[in-house]
Ligand binder design. Structure first.
Ligand code: NIG
Ligand code: FE
Length: 396
């Protein structure tokens, strides 16, 4: 195959099973699964996918050795710009204490006290950790600064490492404004937004008792939207509430957590372009009840699966771990969990150039030391990802 850009082309061949996420390919399922497959990479993009025997000639050849190949995971929800440690809080919780949003204040204090270098070193460490586990796109947020300076520096640092950056000044009411939440909402929608918007693509609110109510969340997201940021919402995590319906009303890309949903919430999601992003690491690490993935899927909602990696409620960067939880405890099939953590994550970021291995998409992919993606749930806790390519370059 000759390259229009004259970059060398590479065929990855001898793939036991390939997840393309294109239902017009292979077995015709949503995963577009091709057995005995090959992928051609041209520069940073996929140029061709199909059966090995039909692969075009290329400059280079890589033998997958009968492994499975999947799109790199798209982790559409994490909180990686932070400092400090909440081991003691986790330990207390595992001894019976309940999780509450209040723990966020511990991380806010440590994050404010940290240098830029320390924050950036933490961020790059967790991004590298995720990459080793197959994650090739990672959204991340501010939310542990809660001042104009601390929120904007978090986003400035994040924007050096990912395009998917979210302004979460409305994580909790800043401890400095504990007596005057309305003044904090004014700051979040005023000076803080102005300082943060240049570095962010998304605006998010933790819509929850103890954080921001529906009216505050609507105000923050509406002003953020007018500033060119697109909404996403932490919704219905700890209790029933207005978050999910607000997400749909504002055409948010995603309603995240979705643990406590009424039938009306499910209907609203199913009839919208808003993705329901499930974060089972949070339920695991807070011993909370699982979101009902089956109810969402059976109603026709689009479901994404992500880590929510953060030091308080879900300190895992592992999408394979979340897949295992989703299959075992949330009754997703292995196919659904794989789709949700790749194409679903891409949908939650309103992207079509990632989360799929079809011509024109970025060549972001992971090799599994297993014959199929089902092993991600079948062999929980086993490091099956052996090779990761991002933008056509092998990085792991
Ligand atoms: O997604 N829900 C709000 N934010 C995080 C928790 C952050 C923390 O506890 O530090 C979450 O679970
Ligand atoms: Fe979160």
């Amino acid at each position: 195959m000759s390259s229009p850009t004259s970059s060398p082309t590479t065929v990855i061949t001898n793939i036991a099973s390939l997840v393309t996420n294109d239902p017009s390919l292979g077995d015709g399922s949503p995963l577009g699964l091709i057995q005995d497959a090959a992928v051609v990479v041209d520069g940073d993009r996929i140029a061709w996918t199909g059966e090995s025997s039909k692969a075009p000639a290329t400059d280079n050849r890589v033998d997958a050795g009968g492994r499975a190949v999947i799109p790199g995971f798209v982790d559409s929800h994490s909180h990686l710009v932070f400092a400090g440690d909440r081991t003691a809080e986790f330990n207390a919780r595992m001894s019976g204490r309940a999780y509450s949003a209040g723990g966020i204040r511990t991380t806010v204090a440590a994050t404010r006290a940290a240098s830029d270098e320390e924050l950036e070193a933490n961020l790059t460490r967790y991004l590298a950790e995720a990459l080793r586990q197959g994650t090739t796109t990672m959204e991340t947020k501010s939310g542990y600064g809660l001042t104009v300076e601390d929120e904007s520096r978090a986003l400035r640092i994040a924007a050096r490492h990912t395009d998917e950056v979210t302004y979460l000044g409305a994580h909790i009411v800043s401890p400095d404004h504990a007596d005057d939440p309305a003044a904090y909402v004014s700051l979040v929608t005023g000076d803080m937004l102005n300082a943060c918007a240049p570095y962010a693509r998304w605006v998010d609110v933790f819509c929850e008792k103890g954080a921001f109510d529906g009216d505050q969340a609507r105000a923050i997201l509406t002003v953020g939207k007018a500033k060119g940021l697109h909404p996403r919402i932490h919704a219905n995590q700890l209790s029933y509430g207005p978050g999910v319906r607000l997400a749909v009303e504002l055409d948010a890309a995603s309603a995240d957590h979705c643990t406590h949903l009424t039938d009306a919430d499910i209907d609203a999601l199913a009839n919208s372009a808003t993705v329901a992003t499930l974060l089972p690491g949070a339920e695991f690490s807070t011993r909370a009840e699982w979101p009902n993935a089956r109810r969402l899927l059976d109603a026709g909602a689009t479901v994404a699966l992500s880590t929510d990696c953060n030091p308080g409620s879900s300190f895992t960067s592992s999408v394979p771990f979340c897949i295992a939880l989703a299959v075992r405890d949330m009754k997703m099939t292995p196919d659904e969990a794989l789709w949700s953590s790749t194409a679903g994550g891409a949908a939650a970021l309103r992207r079509t150039d990632i989360g799929r291995l079809t011509p024109g998409a970025y060549a972001d992919l992971a090799f599994l030391d297993a014959p199929s993606h089902v092993h991600l749930a079948y062999r929980p806790g086993v490091p099956l990802v052996t090779q990761v390519w991002r933008r056509g370059v092998r990085e792991v």
